[in-house]
Design a protein around this ligand. Sequence first.
Ligand SMILES: Cc1cc2nc3c(=O)[nH]c(=O)nc-3n(C[C@H](O)[C@H](O)[C@H](O)COP(=O)(O)O)c2cc1C
Length: 393
Amino acid sequence: MIRYLTAGESHGHALVGIVEGVPAGLPISADYIDHQLRRRQQGYGRGGRMRIEADNVEIVSGVRFGKTIGSPIALIIRNRDSQAWKEKMAVESDGEEVEMVTIPRPGHADFAGSTKYGFDDIRNAIERASARETAMRVACCTIVRKMLEEFGIFIGSHVLSIGTAKISDRGAVDRMIGKYTKASCGAYKITEEADKSQVRMLAKPVESKAVALIKSAKKLGDTLGGVFEVIATGAPIGLGSYVHYDRKLDGLLAQALMSIQAVKGVEIGSGFLNAEKFGSQVHDAYGLSHGKIVRLSNRAGGLEGGVTNGETIVLRGAMKPISTLARPLPSVDLKTKRVVKARYERSDVCAVPACSVIAEAVITPALANAFLEKYGGDSMAEIRKRYSKDRNR
Ligand SMILES: Cc1cc2nc3c(=O)[nH]c(=O)nc-3n(C[C@H](O)[C@H](O)[C@H](O)COP(=O)(O)O)c2cc1C
């Protein structure tokens, strides 16, 4: 089974990751991972840091001559602006010269985190709670994604809304998605199309509205959130299980999405819309096409009973607006106990496009583990044999 851990502070020396359980014989390169890291840094509304950081991963172990060798894969991404933070983030000095952060930002982990760990300096909480960590998550998960792709499972995403700029003609977008997913790279074609938009939206007029909204939020010293959709094609029937709560793939995918910083809502298929309708308007009827069982719709989003049902997997995530505001909300200085304005530090105005890219990555371990549970082996060759035997049955 695949597991991964990341380490590293936002302005520390580097981010570090270890991925364990990746089968031997998977072709992978730093370039392949870097492409996904670059995608994570895009999107209209990002802050200044994205111009400083051009993330590159270094593969330290677990890969030889371009292929995994079954041992743990260690990765490093160096933080390019760490020089400027050398004193503030020193590992060994006593830090006496460094000014402490004592004013928490509403919506961030500042107060809850520093109270939990007993910090006088909120910086200790800020540094690890920051979504900078997702760079390493994307790097680790891109290796897992590559494994899924080798078995024809492709993942894509796009943004449905930013603030009030929403895709209202869902039918048109669904038709587009239906066409894209027929490409040889399945749902990844959605990603390629969405990447052409600066806010990763598939509808041009909504894109312009979203960009204008982000511009005006920035002017007002405010921020925006939104909703994104992640789609996976090619997953065979029978991944996950209904037998235990912790084997239900819908629950595991929801957890993965919810673990992304600032994601506060998750939906599987048309979950929330379905709740307003009669069962007869919701459930995906069966039919026959050339002797094969087919579904006449996919409102369940490809999962029934915590198990993949052979349809496209459709997940959505709602990201709250960024909590660091240039025009800050009231806060309390924890040192002086006076009501003051919250602190501002360099920040994004909107990171929904980036969040959708992160979401594509972080669902892969859940999906891959369900796949390996059914078809797993120590090497890609072994898994391939098991998978093709099952497919040809
Ligand atoms: C891609 C991405 C970029 C983010 N950028 C910022 C940012 O620049 N400033 C900020 O205050 N929060 C940012 N966040 C959100 C915070 O990391 C998050 O709100 C914080 O860690 C508290 O966690 P919670 O919102 O999950 O409760 C970002 C989140 C993501 C996914």
